[in-house]
Design a protein around this ligand. Structure first.
Ligand code: ADP
Ligand code: MG
Length: 685
């Protein structure tokens, strides 16, 4: 909590604006560090100043005028010993005119900072920063910080409040001095002061690149706060109770015997990790990561068997109707012959059917499969012991918490298994996901032949069509993915309809189907079932097929306008083929000319099949925002540390977090308060 002594003293309007910058306490101001610096320690001359980058000049004012071409502007002619130039202001106040006129009349000097550009009447500066100075006023000795800010908060105001906070705030060292020296970390207060006001001689480039030891210290502290909060959440979860689900193993055994395949070594390893977790007296919170097609479903199903056999219910939630429906069919086929009652719950069910399903959930159902409908009001599980969330990154934190709460009839929360085929790079797993246990399926089932990827310019679309015809006539099935139109759902639908019409014409004689987001659930299910049964040759689809869909006979995929898709999305889509024994091909059609970033993205997807490598490249190209998306609320985003560049600091921060929580919990608490303040409360939710 923010105490009164700690709160920033400012007028209410300014306070509200500072709030927007997440600045409520003096301590927050101390940690509000510069984005960059400006060098005001030297004076250039008009004649010698360069036209690249900002310069500082000292000038006298010759003429001041308000001109009207093409729009109203304030123009001043100024000079120093070396020459003359123009200052131009397109937005200005009356007081500015008077100030410049006074400088003109009295011959006072202005210090001007900005970029010099060649103009119509020689060099000029547009909207320079300037201020009148006294004769002989000294230059600042340190670089001038430029802070991240928001509308209505000037740099000058920020600087003033930050300087005041630095004078008062508690900057005491919380880490061991010797340890800091050993790791080349300056003390906390020295690091903070240096970054706010770098003394002369500190190379600007080290500050800019954030490689200076002071930056390293700050980045370490930030990562430490993150590790501490996640680690604390992890430990507090272990204090909570959960049903202890001891393995019997008979049901799992019968399921395994009925399968046409044997588990991979990776599947066996992960399955046994889960067996252990479920038999602990505290709730499992495990993330099962495995690339597209690595066989996560069966692993989750084995976990469900353990819960069911012990007399609990298991819930299996998937983010789309199509995927949930497919899971339902598969799980029923696997488990009903073994005498397990499987229920289905989805938003599109008719009222009576939904009512019946809810009755089942509240009473006899042993496994419940469905969409978000699982977490709606009115759904009450009789004895939920295990909640499985497929493609967890598609759900928000709140939704996952909600499923956990569905066990409320019982004294204890259910165990949670989350699955994701969007691989989380190691650095992310160690930072944003550090409160979870992570299992990785790092092996694909045998007998898959890798998908070959082709990049083909849209100008060769006709050849691709012929290829599709050839494949279909040879008995293979084809996905044709419509261009993504993110801006408009209506346009997206129209594009899907158009693509279907055109392809039906161009591929006359073949059975061309269509599935898109606006179809009714039964229509989608029917289209998918027909495709799975081999009654459709070419399935025109939007990204509704992106996750989870599994039709092994489909071995050719064409993605139109591939340059519009994200990397993770392309990888997921491509994962829909290569699921059978047939060699599979993914054709990425692109429209020329390609932007440099689109070219780079396509190159990544062309050169890599490993989802982890693709995710790593994606992180490099886009930063962590997209991955973290649904986790953001509650998990502090990093402001200074960079997961890729500062990977070595993450390891160190993790070790330190464990040490502090064990040996010096009060220091850990003070560090968290320093960095997170009241936001820490959110994390405990
Ligand atoms: P994902 O990890 O993408 O969810 P799935 O669970 O859908 O993958 O599995 C992909 C396909 O591989 C399914 O058809 C599944 O039945 C099959 N499969 C899973 N494990 C094995 C295995 N060990 N050997 C052969 N096929 C397997
Ligand atoms: Mg899956």
């Amino acid at each position: 909590m923010t105490t009164a002594a700690d709160a920033i003293e400012a007028p209410p309007a300014l306070k509200a604006r500072l709030d927007k910058l997440d600045l409520t306490r003096k301590g927050d101001l101390v940690l509000h560090l510069p984005l960059r610096y400006e060098d005001e320690t030297q004076i250039d001359t008009i004649a010698t100043a360069e036209n690249a980058g900002p310069v500082q000049l000292e000038v006298t004012v010759r003429e001041v005028s308000v001109q009207y071409h093409p729009r109203r502007q304030l123009v001043a002619r100024v000079a120093d010993d070396s020459g003359e130039m123009t200052l131009r202001f397109l937005n200005f106040y009356g007081s500015q005119i008077r100030q410049l006129e006074r400088a003109r009349d009295e011959g006072g000097k202005l210090r001007v900072f900005g970029e010099l550009r060649p103009g119509f009447l020689g060099d000029e500066m547009v909207h320079p920063r300037y201020r009148p100075i006294k004769d002989g006023e000294r230059l600042p000795e340190s670089l001038t910080p430029v802070y991240p800010t928001t509308a209505g908060v000037s740099q000058a105001v920020l600087r003033k409040h930050i300087a005041a906070a630095l004078a008062e705030a508690d900057l005491c060292e919380l880490l061991d001095d010797a340890w800091c020296r050993d790791h080349d970390f300056p003390p906390f207060d020295a690091a903070v002061r240096l970054l706010h006001a770098p003394p002369p001689g500190v190379p600007e480039s080290d500050l800019q690149s954030r490689q200076h030891p002071a930056w390293r210290r700050i980045k370490f502290d930030e990562l430490l706060a993150q590790q501490l909060s996640l680690r604390r959440a992890y430990l507090s979860r272990r204090q909570r109770g959960a049903p202890r689900i001891a393995p019997v193993g008979a049901l799992s055994q019968r399921l395994l015997e009925s399968l046409p395949f044997a588990l991979t070594a990776a599947q066996r390893r992960v399955a046994s990790e889960i067996v252990d977790d479920l038999s602990q007296p505290y709730p499992m919170q495990r993330l099962l990561q495995g690339d597209v097609g690595s066989g996560k479903t069966i692993v989750a199903t084995l976990a469900a068997c353990q819960a069911i056999e012990a007399g609990y219910q298991a819930a299996f939630m998937a983010p789309t109707e199509i995927l949930a429906g497919q899971h339902y069919l598969k799980l029923r086929a696997w488990l009903e012959p073994l005498g397990v009652e499987v229920a289905w719950l989805s938003g599109s069910q008719k009222k009576a059917a939904k009512q019946a399903s809810r009755q089942q959930v509240a009473n006899t159902a042993q496994l419940v499969v469905g969409t978000h409908a699982l977490i709606q009001d009115g759904v009450d599980f009789a004895r939920l012991g295990l909640a499985i969330v497929d493609e967890q990154h598609r759900f928000g934190v709140a939704q996952r918490l909600e499923l956990r709460r569905k066990g409320k009839k019982m004294a204890e929360p259910p165990h949670q298994l989350m699955m994701s085929a969007t691989p989380i790079p190691r650095t992310l797993a160690m930072s944003y996901y550090a409160d979870l246990d992570v299992s990785v399926l790092d092996e694909l089932p045998p007998g898959r032949s890798p998908v070959r990827t082709r990049l083909v310019s849209d100008t060769r679309r006709d050849e691709v069509i012929e290829r599709v015809r050839g494949a279909a006539e040879a008995g293979r099935q084809v996905y044709w993915v419509c261009p993504l139109i993110e801006e408009s759902e209506k346009l997206q639908l129209q594009t899907a309809l158009d693509t279907h019409a055109v392809l039906s014409r161009e591929l006359a004689g073949l059975r061309v189907g269509l599935v898109h987001g606006r179809l009714k659930a039964e229509e989608k299910a029917a289209a998918m079932a027909a495709f799975a049964a081999g009654e459709i040759d070419v399935l025109v689809a939007t990204t509704v097929i992106e996750v989870g869909v599994d039709v092994p006979n489909a071995s050719l995929m064409v993605i139109e306008h591939a340059e519009r898709f994200g990397l993770a999305q392309l990888h997921q889509l491509r994962g829909r083929v290569g699921r059978g024994r047939e060699a599979s091909i993914c054709v990425l059609l692109y429209q020329t000319p390609l932007s440099p970033i689109a070219r780079e993205r396509l190159k990544v997807i062309f050169e890599n099949t490993d989802g982890f490598e693709i995710a790593r490249q994606d992180l490099r190209l886009r930063g962590p925002g997209e991955f973290v998306g649904s986790r953001q609320s509650g998990v502090p985003l990093l402001r200074y540390a960079d997961l890729e560049a500062d990977a070595e600091l993450i390891d160190l921060a993790r070790e330190m977090a464990e040490y502090l929580l064990r040996e010096a919990p009060e220091l850990a608490a003070r560090h968290l308060t320093r960095w997170l303040g009241s936001r820490e409360e959110l994390l405990k939710a």
